[in-house]
Write a protein that binds this ligand. Structure first.
Ligand SMILES: *Cc1c(COP(=O)(O)O)cnc(C)c1O
Length: 415
């Protein structure tokens, strides 16, 4: 069977040996999983989840009892007053876009305090010109860059003293950059710094890839609103699509008015039979995130010992489920990503190649042999074809499959 999968016994023995040194790190991950599982289960109990929640609506989607309760449960789990959890969100980018267009008005300024935002937001904001961007509506954009992978606390305060800002965006996960992702402790410090000089500015967190990696959420440390995708962490690999916006009630309501129409807002939105999958996904999510983290940690250890630069290191504090491997050359990057695809449950016989993906500026290679298209809580790896040729790997529905994926990918490198 290993032969058929393209994994040698030497490779597997090497991985087994590396694994032995990870038990302590894995124990910490398990602790976090226990905490988040407790949180999810108690939210299920608080709202008395029952089979009736799995009923569906069609058409306008009025009076969807399950949907309305799902939103309360997400709010509870994320420490928010309220949440909008909808399959009408196409992606994380779409939910972020809805939020930005809901809060920003012509003449307002949006400030990113984590440097350049995620690639797909460039056209949304108007950093890359687009006739439907926020900039085309007269919304201004500015940014304060990170310093040594941490917030520029003084720079942020200085900026806010001199400029009226409507909304601050904090992107925790690194996206396609080489910086570190931002832990909740750092986010908390940044929010404190912001509040010293501005009590009104809306603080919005792009929390993609960060849910359940730590037990604290951005909302508990003072963010006003947070956004993430259901085909990442919180969907647990079960939600078929969708995203969420959670936080202050009035901000969640505003996002509802923008997602559908002013006047109809959150009252509409048919669930078309997915309520059960959303709830089941949330139920599995703490454990799935734990598997994804263990897969990332194993990857980090193994690839570092093979001589590659990795970030984070296996024993670093993690803020998200993303593992960077810095290959330094295109060939190794491509081989590794192709190896991840080859060990996927779906489309294992496809050979990924670099291509021009909509929304991204460089060619990108992606391994995504997933049950759900584009789902990156499932083991996936991708990288823009630009120096220093970094693979961004994330996901792993179970650690055992994640481990086989890593084994197959390093087999490609060793050949
Ligand atoms: C994944 C991600 C997004 C949203 O991406 P989609 O593919 O549109 O869901 C936004 N920001 C960050 C940091 C991400 O990792």
């Amino acid at each position: 069977m290993l032969d058929e999968l393209g994994i040698s016994t030497e490779t597997l023995e090497f991985i087994d040996k590396e694994e032995e040194s990870l038990s302590e790190v894995f124990r910490e991950i398990d602790k976090n999983c226990k905490m988040n599982s407790l949180k999810v289960l108690s939210a299920f109990h608080k709202y008395n989840v029952s089979e009736g929640f799995f009923n569906s609506t069609t058409g306008y989607g009025y009076n969807d009892f399950g949907r309305d309760n799902i939103e309360k449960i997400f709010a509870e789990v994320l420490d928010g007053e309220d949440a909008l959890v909808r399959s009408q969100f196409i992606s994380g980018t779409h939910a972020l876009t809805v939020a930005l267009f809901a809060y920003l008005r012509p003449g307002d300024t949006m400030l990113s305090i984590t440097g350049l935002p995620y690639d797909t937001l460039h056209e949304v904001i108007g950093i890359v010109p687009n006739n439907s961007s926020l900039a085309s509506f007269g919304v201004k954009y500015d940014q304060v860059d990170l310093i040594d992978d941490d917030f520029d606390y003084e720079g942020i305060k200085e900026y806010l003293k001199n400029n009226k800002v409507k909304l601050i965006e904090i992107q925790r996960s690194k996206g396609y950059s080489t910086r570190k992702s931002l832990t909740i402790d750092k986010v908390e410090k940044a929010i404190k710094a912001i509040r010293e000089v501005d009590s009104e500015v809306i603080i919005m967190v792009d929390n993609c890839y960060c849910e359940f990696v730590e037990s604290k959420t951005p909302l508990i440390v003072g963010a006003d609103i947070m956004v993430g995708s259901l085909i990442k962490n919180l969907g647990g690999g079960i939600a078929p699509n969708g995203a969420y916006i959670a936080g202050k009630k009035e901000l969640v309501d505003l996002a509802g008015e923008r997602l559908t129409c002013p006047g109809e807002g959150r009252e509409v939105g048919p669930t078309l039979g997915i309520n059960k999958s959303i709830l089941q996904g949330l139920f599995f999510a703490p454990s799935v995130v734990c598997s994804a983290m263990k897969t990332a940690i194993l990857t980090s250890k193994v690839l570092e010992d093979m001589g590659y630069n990795v970030e984070p290191k296996y024993n670093d504090c993690r803020a998200d489920i993303v593992q960077n491997i810095i290959f330094g050359n295109e060939e190794d990057l491509v081989k590794y990503v192709q190896g991840i695809q080859a060990a996927s449950p779906i489309d294992s016989n496809s050979l990924p190649m670099p291509w021009d993906m909509p929304g991204y500026e460089d060619k990108v290679i992606m391994a995504a042999g997933a049950f759900t298209q584009g789902s990156s809580i499932e083991l996936s790896a991708d990288g823009p074809i630009r120096a220093p040729y970094i693979a961004y790997q994330q996901g792993g529905l179970t650690y055992e499959y994640g481990r086989l994926g890593v084994a197959r990918a390093i087999e490609n490198l060793r050949k």
